[in-house]
Design a protein around this ligand. Sequence first.
Ligand code: 13P
Length: 341
Amino acid sequence: MKIENLESVARKLVAPGKGILAADESTPTIEKRLKSIGVASTEENRRAYRDVLFTTAGVGEFISGVILFDETIRQKTRDGRTFVAALEQEGIIPGIKVDKGAKPMANFPGEKITEGLDGLRERLAEYRQLGARFAKWRAVIGIGEKIPTRRCIETNAELLARYAALCQEADLVPIVEPEVLMDGSHAIERHFDVTEQTLQSVFHALAEYRVALEAMLLKPNMVLSGKDCAQQAPVQEVAEATVLCMKRVVPAAVPGLVFLSGGQTDLRATEHLNAMNRLDQVPWQLSFSYGRALQAPVLKAWKGEPANVADAQQAFHHRAFCNSKARFGKYTEDMETAKAA
Ligand code: 13P
């Protein structure tokens, strides 16, 4: 019964034409983003920025869910509604980041392990009470000369599975995010191999921990050339490699894949999603859960000025619209120059 409810939330999050906004930057990360536009990271500025995103009229047509941060889920809009209520009024499902960040892994130079399981059961119960219906945990796998190690992949996979099991117990849909970073000069083939190994480990652990696959979502990276690789794979190759990699390892019971943008430009992230959705049928919805790729133009337009809120909201609405079109493989470049729909 409970699993059926969770499955229905998971399916709503990947409803055709819709995807997720990741607005769950931790305090140090949002500080970096605000600094990039010359805005100090005070609690009020962080609130004001999220207010811009969450009160954008009509965005619920393209955005199914928003991932919040612990501070944000407790904050209110300028007109005094909780952010949770404001999102719900727009038909958007509130979610919450519950990991405590990727920390250096002892004895494994250059690798990271995600913390946050201690006390998680209690925190999940509180977030559920505050209105969250889904959660997110991010593991980070880096590529380098001698990394990733099998130990790093398997431990992160196990932590993701334990988190996912606790979420389902707490009546929250877990978004399972094992991100293989695009940093480095490796070729796309290496990113493919590491992503495949990582996802194999993750789905093995999820099975071991008895996680119901139909009541979760996977948040994978796309398969890309390393950021510093001289030979950048074109859009079509990225789309084909990513879908092939997913087909090899992601069970059909998972309702949807919500890709992260991971440092791609906003336009490139939309193009890749669009190209994937133009390929042959796959068993899952191919959607998005973008942070930077949805927010970069919003930050640029806003700059911390109340007078710029309308322009910033227009920028968010436009990016959400373009990614919604990409969900159907119907995005075209001229949408970028046409007035936002
Ligand atoms: P990006 O799309 O900026 O990678 O952020 C998504 C996210 O939630 C990372 O955890």
